[in-house]
Design a protein around this ligand. Structure first.
Ligand SMILES: Nc1ncnc2c1ncn2[C@@H]1O[C@H](COP(=O)(O)OP(=O)(O)OP(=O)(O)O)[C@@H](O)[C@H]1O
Length: 738
């Protein structure tokens, strides 16, 4: 059971594993983790023979660069004019002449080794500098958007408008040619390539739900970039960097050919190609071998980057298994392509998570979906008191059972936790502001469930996003307040908002797959709120994450914490999202259609879980839905929305028993129910108005059977129609008294 402990959220049951807990082997757990992580990467690398070959080649090149000068002494520069242009593939004059000699009698093999060091000392720093600066800049610009993005792109455009070779020629002519000068010029010239790539991917990620989810528990912009943007963008950038490696080497060779690159007696592969080009017909080997060195090194870097891209993308790792052509542990099983993908992904992720695949198959989504919300063996019995146990579902339209939940709970509820007052949101469009939320007001108290009910497009999500501070940049709050225990959320600066996010207000989104980061394990994502707000170590936060997973009914939570969102079923993903939202025991939880994409069985499990958590944590729950059945069964009070405004509000049982607004009445009459059996179902004629063409006066009047002339000229306001009830209808009181 989740318990409050000295102001800190704590989950009773398995306590935190102490940070410094030893493992009995004399090594620290942190050191063990590093060793295990290295083994995992090595295991993945060994599954790809091309990547292995690429690594060996690159290690060879690096060794040549480092050890070459020691092995060859001055062989690379010593001229032997009596014996120039010696042909390759003969060991008569020693290994140094195996690849022939150039027109000055210098051995090509020795020169290749000497040149490896010079070439790498230019290409590697140039690529690394442009990669680091361009990527960080691009991710920052893309994440924030607006002027930062525009200014960054214009700077990139200016740099890109100069051909990089021309830029290098101009700069190196003005300043004297040197290796560090070449590195600097090439690094600057290539920054826009990374900037643009990182910006584009980051801007795309900016609008993804899992970024919104991170913002709801107060992740700062740099932390979001580091944890969510960088892991997604990096694989692409690494591939670009590998290709850039070739470009930089070739540019350096062109500069050397022009006499402003590497200066003799130093030698680089590019310079060797440039010098050998003049004698290509008579002594082909002088240019061909350094050319081959450039190609082989570049291809190796590209292969390694492609491997890294697959290895760091959890959705792609299964390909490593398939590449082995059916051999080995991660090979394609004989159950068809889909099965192969699932199995390989699960096993590969198990390897990455440090689990032994021999432990048996990972439970499939369908196997684990029907697990009870609270596992039998879990140390967290459901905390719903007997008195709060759910009555049989109320049928929409039917009168509530005597002693309904709303009226019994009302005794214990006094102060509103969240009060939304006159909230208005506009969307900026080319033709001017478009009002999509108009003066919405409602209040919800601790331990209570308020349903925001309405047809699609009536502004429910906009309202929730405005309160949570997650509005699209095109949308803007133009009026109203959202008071969380008296503090206006809409007036807070971003820092104060981050402090409050998570422990104050959290949100559960409809599409759990989009709301979870696909390239992070669920354990890492669930640990994030604890790391940010409680500053827990990685290990302690992870332990809390596992406890949370157990609490929301994820079986085998400890081993499943290392899995990725796509390895869970829809219902389990929704549980994970709920776990993430309630991790910091928020005072208010906004649940935006949390069960729409789920089947009825899973829907019931998720709603039961939300109810249990609400009771345990005494949260105020705002349930956003268009499902009247869900409202009847799970909400205490309801605010019915139409065309961006609240048209009726009150206790669910009373509103559904005797609606005071013709729209609510129409909604209830259009739902099939026992008492409608054998009669023709009524439906509201027409459809909700587009925000661009909301009728004058009452927005519902064109569909309303009670509309009069007054409705076209006077906008009805939300007015009391009874105790704790209100309706925005000129005839609300009439309906209430009927
Ligand atoms: N970026 C946008 N640009 C223009 N209009 C928008 C934008 N986002 C939302 N809208 C409009 O705002 C209105 C309210 O949208 P909102 O998503 O809040 O509706 P909703 O009641 O949550 O619907 P649903 O139940 O389908 O999610 C809709 O008419 C929608 O078309």
């Amino acid at each position: 059971m989740l318990q409050k402990n000295n102001g800190q959220s704590d989950i009773a049951g398995s306590g935190d594993v102490p940070e410094d807990a030893g493992n009995g082997s004399g090594t620290t757990p942190a050191a063990d983790q590093v060793v295990t992580a290295r083994r995992k990467w090595l295991a993945l690398l060994l599954q790809d023979r091309f990547a292995c070959a690429a690594v060996l080649i690159l290690i060879g090149v690096a060794l040549c660069a480092v050890l070459g000068p020691l092995l060859i002494g001055d062989l690379a520069t010593r001229q032997n004019l009596r014996d120039p242009g010696r042909e390759p593939f003969s060991l008569d004059h020693g290994w140094a002449f195996f690849l022939g000699s150039d027109s000055l009698g210098r051995p090509v093999a020795a020169r290749l080794m000497a040149a490896a060091g010079t070439t790498l000392s230019v290409a590697v720093p140039a690529v690394l500098c442009s990669l680091v600066v361009g990527s960080v800049w691009g991710m920052w610009a893309g994440y924030h958007g607006g002027w930062r993005e525009n200014v960054s792109l214009r700077i990139a455009d200016v740099i890109l408008s100069f051909p990089s070779l021309l830029l290098a020629v101009v700069v190196l002519y003005v300043f004297s040619p040197s290796a560090s000068g070449i590195v600097l010029v090439l690094a600057v010239a290539r920054i826009p390539v990374y900037l643009r790539t990182a910006r584009a991917e980051s801007a795309e990620l900016r609008s993804r739900l899992f970024m919104d989810a991170a913002r709801t528990f107060g992740t700062s912009s740099w932390a979001s970039i580091r944890r969510h943007v960088a892991p997604t963008v990096l694989p692409t950038l690494l591939t670009v960097a590998a290709l850039d490696f070739c470009f930089v080497m070739l540019t350096e060779s062109s500069l050397s050919f022009l006499g402003i690159g590497i200066q003799p007696p130093d030698v680089s592969w590019g310079l060797m190609v440039a010098q050998g080009r003049q004698e290509l017909q008579s002594s082909w080997w002088i240019a061909v071998f350094p050319g081959l060195a450039i190609v082989v090194t570049t291809v190796s870097a590209t292969v390694l980057a492609a491997w890294a891209r697959l290895a760091t993308d959890p959705g792609q790792r299964w390909r490593h298994g398939l590449r082995r052509g059916g051999r080995g542990r991660l090979s394609r099983p004989a159950t068809g392509a889909k099965g192969a993908r699932q199995s390989s992904t699960a096993e590969t992720a198990a390897v990455m998570a440090g689990a032994e695949p021999e432990h048996g198959p990972t439970p499939s989504g369908s196997e684990i979906e029907h697990a009870p919300a609270v596992p039998e063996a879990a140390p967290h019995p459901p905390a719903v008191p007997e008195a709060e146990a759910e009555p049989a579902p109320a049928k929409p339209g039917a009168a509530p059972a005597p002693g309904d939940r709303a009226s019994t709970r009302a005794d214990t509820l006094t102060v509103d936790t969240l009060t939304v007052d006159g909230l208005s949101v506009d969307i900026r469009t080319a033709t001017g502001p478009l009002p999509v939320v108009r003066g919405v007001s409602f209040a919800v108290r601790s331990g209570e469930t308020l349903a925001l009910l309405g047809e699609s497009g009536c502004g429910k999500s906009m309202t929730a996003h405005a309160v949570a501070g997650l509005l699209d940049p095109a949308a803007e709050v133009v009026g109203g307040q959202a008071l969380l225990e008296g503090e206006d959320l809409l007036a807070l600066g971003s820092r104060a908002r981050r402090r409050l996010a998570g422990p104050g207000l959290a949100i559960v989104f409809q599409d759990a797959l989009s709301a979870l980061n696909p390239v992070q394990t669920v354990g890492a994502q669930l640990a994030e709120p604890f790391r940010i707000h409680e500053r827990l170590s990685r290990r302690a936060a992870r332990a809390k994450a596992v406890e949370l997973m157990e609490r929301v009914g994820i079986p085998e939570a400890r081993s499943r914490a290392g899995a990725y969102p796509h390895q869970f079923s829809g219902g389990m993903r929704q549980r994970l999202l709920i776990a993430m939202a309630v991790a910091l025991r928020p005072k208010v939880l906004l649940a935006d259609e949390p069960t729409t994409a789920l089947d009825v069985t899973v829907q019931a499990q998720i709603m039961d879980l939300l109810r249990e958590l609400r009771s345990e944590q005494r949260m105020a729950l705002v349930l956003i839905t268009h499902d009247l059945g869900l409202v009847a069964e799970h909400a205490d009070r309801v605010a019915v929305m139409y065309a961006g405004t609240v048209v009726e509000t009150g206790p669910v049982a009373e509103v559904f028993g005797k609606p005071n607004h013709p729209y609510t009445r129409g909604l209830l009459e259009s739902v099939p129910a026992e008492q409608h059996k054998g009669t023709r179902l009524n439906s509201i004629p027409g459809s909700p108005p587009d925000p661009r063409s909301v009728p004058s006066g009452c927005a519902f009047r064109l569909r309303c059977p009670m509309a009069r002339d007054l409705c076209a000229t006077h906008l009805p306001v939300l007015a009391a129609t009874g105790t704790d009830r209100a309706a925005a209808c000129h005839f609300g009181k009439e309906l209430a008294d009927a």
